[in-house]
Design a protein around this ligand. Structure first.
Ligand SMILES: N[C@@H](CCC(=O)N[C@@H](CS)C(=O)NCC(=O)O)C(=O)O
Length: 248
């Protein structure tokens, strides 16, 4: 099996795809792309949409963390990414869908907004990346990329204030999914691999990590992705993180 995964360093759904490939024991090559430039790059490789993760596997193009989970499960059924029991499967699929649609955009918007405020953190998110230029240089020239990515992802102050306000409830939901056994089991499923990278990215943020670190959600992220890159010192205006202090 010949696989190449296109990612953006620090992209949480890209980590979902990495974890899925590793779970299925599929060796793969990784192409790290600079955010924004990635949009053109993946289209040039023939993918229909502009986002990563994008997987080329035995000549087939599979794009998006949800589609990749399903396709890999078809190609290599064991270890399974979904339970066989239909009710349990529906619960995992619903958690995965929520993780992708609702949770995933929150850390994305928050990080781009905070990187705009504190570009010195950029280099930490590029740790381990192979961009074809030294990471120091990539980080030093990242300002226009960050500005564009923040714009494309609608990482406005208004949206990010709302994301901070919604985080307590989102973390409660993840803790409940763990308590109910939908995620967080000994054998991780597709929803674990979808949700854990979003938590891991949130834990890189000093505005959030101390308030979330003791939760089961944080333990899950640390277990599945002990080496998620990036560190953002406290940067958010106090009014952003205020609701979280009450909720976390
Ligand atoms: N929700 C989709 C989309 C992923 C997505 O939006 N990826 C971002 C990176 S985290 C992306 O490719 N953005 C393009 C860019 O920043 O230029 C998935 O899970 O695959």
């Amino acid at each position: 099996m010949k696989a190449r995964l296109f990612v953006i360093p620090g992209s949480h759904p890209s980590w979902t795809a990495r974890l899925l490939l590793e779970r299925k024991n599929i060796p793969y090559k990784r192409t790290d792309l600079v955010a924004v430039v990635s949009k053109t790059a993946v289209r040039l490789v023939g993918f229909p949409a502009a986002t990563v993760p994008a997987l080329l596997i035995d000549g087939e193009r599979v794009q998006g963390s949800i589609a990749i989970a399903r396709r890999l499960d078809e190609l290599i059924p064991e270890p399974a990414l979904f339970p066989t029991d239909p009710t349990a499967r529906a619960a995992v699929e619903e958690a995965e869908r929520w993780g992708e649609e609702i949770l995933q955009p929150m850390p994305r918007r928050i990080v781009w907004n905070l990187l705009k405020r504190n570009r010195s953190a950029t280099r930490s998110y590029l740790e381990g990346a192979r961009l074809g230029v030294p990471t120091g240089l990539a980080a030093a020239t990242a300002a226009p990329i960050i500005a564009l990515a923040a714009r494309f992802n609608k990482a406005t102050d208004e949206n990010v204030r709302a994301d901070f306000a919604a985080l307590g409830e989102a973390l409660d939901k993840i803790d409940r999914l763990i308590a109910d056994g939908v995620i967080g089991g000994a054998e991780p499923n597709a929803a674990d691999f979808q949700i854990a990278p979003s938590i891991a990215l949130l834990l890189t943020l000093d505005d959030i990590a101390p308030l979330a670190a003791d939760r089961p959600a944080a333990a899950l992220a640390r277990r599945l992705i002990p080496d998620f890159p990036g560190h953002m010192p406290a940067t958010a205006p106090a009014e952003f993180s205020a609701p979280l202090h009450g909720a976390a």
